[in-house]
Design a protein around this ligand. Structure first.
Ligand code: DC
Length: 214
């Protein structure tokens, strides 16, 4: 069983994926962490985010891994070291969106995700239902109005502190307008507007839809 959750930044995807993973006892993967890892590697190596072939060459020879387990947040390892926290810096969020325009980088992420080989998986990102797992059992697409998304991001403890509403807007625009695998509502996805909803209410809607069709 594969469940995909796509949507713009701060629409509630990670929170939903985590809760759903706890509720159903199956692992979830946050695909944005792989784009963030690519940005971190580029930043550390002094490679420009705009240089697709160089970023792709760098990630292809890197030793990075996402650790996924049911009900647990994902951990990102680089050369065996847990670098998850550094991935949430605002410049890495922007960099992730910039390296994500390159087809070769997207190809690397897609291969990494498909190599997870978990029979049951919840996958969240921008192109999970449209490109990476078009065969998914259930597809969800979360939206929320821009003001609410910026407010949520600002209130998140510890992570993404400093990502401004302008940066979120820019990221959404780049993610939706790029030529390869742009953010879009996958065919057959259930669209949920999470504006004004609590995480529990979003989870209840998703579980309701999943159980109704099981
Ligand atoms: O989900 P996130 O905000 O951590 O993702 C960071 C960036 O990575 C996002 O702005 C665009 C890119 N991304 C992508 O292009 N495709 C995905 N499936 C996930 C993330």
């Amino acid at each position: 069983m594969i469940i995909t959750i796509d949507g713009p930044a701060a629409s509630g995807k990670s929170t939903l994926a985590h809760h759903l993973s706890q509720e159903l006892g199956i692992p979830y993967v946050n695909s944005g962490l792989l784009y963030r890892l690519a940005a971190l590697l580029a930043q550390e190596a002094g490679v420009r985010f705009s240089d697709g072939p160089a970023v792709a060459a760098l990630v292809e020879r890197s030793d990075v891994e996402l650790q996924v387990a049911p009900g647990q947040p994902n951990a990102a390892l680089r050369d065996g070291e847990d670098v998850t926290l550094s991935l949430y810096q605002p410049d890495i969020a922007t960099g992730a969106s910039q390296v994500a325009v390159h087809p070769l980088v997207r190809h690397w992420v897609t291969r990494k995700l498909r190599a997870l080989k978990s029979p049951d998986l919840i996958a969240e990102g921008r192109d999970m239902g449209s490109v990476v797992y078009p065969q998914a059992t259930w597809k969800f697409f979360l939206t929320a109005d821009a003001g609410e998304r910026a407010g949520r991001r600002a209130r998140e403890p510890g992570v993404s502190v400093g990502e401004t509403p302008e940066s979120l807007r820019e990221r959404d625009q780049r993610d939706s307008q790029r030529g390869t695998a742009p953010l879009s509502v996958p065919e057959g996805a259930v669209v949920i507007d999470t504006t004004g909803l609590t995480p529990e209410e979003v989870l209840a809607q998703v579980l309701g839809a999943v159980r109704q069709r099981t």
